[in-house]
Ligand binder design. Sequence first.
Ligand code: ZN
Length: 293
Amino acid sequence: MENALQRFLFEHANIRGELVSLDSSWQQVLERRMYPASVRKLLGEVTAATTLLAATIKLDGKLSIQITGHSALQLLLAETTGSTVFRSTAKWNQREEENLENVNLIKDGSIAVTITPKKSGQPYQGLVEVHGESVQESLENYMQQSEQLTTRLWLASNGKKASGMLLQKLPSEEDIESEDWNRIITLASTISEQELLALDFDTILQRLFHEETIRVFKENSVKFMCSCSEKRTDGMLESLGEQEIRSILKEQGNVNITCEFCGKNYIYSLSGVDRIFSRQSKVLIQDSNSSIN
Ligand SMILES: [Zn+2]
């Protein structure tokens, strides 16, 4: 059950759930950068949350969560594709690093959830303002507002693991099941962050819901994988414009792009830069030809 996501269903209540546990895959994120403890904790929680949310809406596509919070936190982003692969990263102001400890990083910030279905390729974004709530509560608000799904989340992370649990009311005509919902949420809320990190899925379900009948589905594996590529980096340079790129090339001898997520280096010498922009000019020539014809 390492790097896995498991769905389950309460047989006699209109409620479904998921558990996620990211172990070596989460450590692959951490070995790329030395995060301040508070940033690492939030990043782990948000990473676990992306996989849980993507799985619960059965997303075929991409889901990302980006946090805007403390001014010293410049970027915090986790992204999952179909809840089976994820990548996440954070950037912060190194000179203000000590200000990031022992504070609520998302206080008065906002959380942007972007969903890009594979089919349409059109991203849509939901934004939730944080009014002193935890990241869990803010995402619960998001699910209620954007997906009309009553959801509860429990998230935990440390230097070894990122874990989470989600419970959700299945859509139904009437609200007759609120008694079940309240009972199950009360039971679920007795879990501690330590337990969520330390116990395996079976033990968690047994510990919380031993009086309930639960149907457990097959585990899905979740892994760290970066979607960066030479083609995408080409596209990024192209969008920055030939003039800008040629001036960097002149100044530095080459153009060096490092992926924020996986740390991979893409280095462009003169020939690489020529390749990108000669291709672009060819496309332009073809376009102008076709308009003449
Ligand atoms: Zn990458």
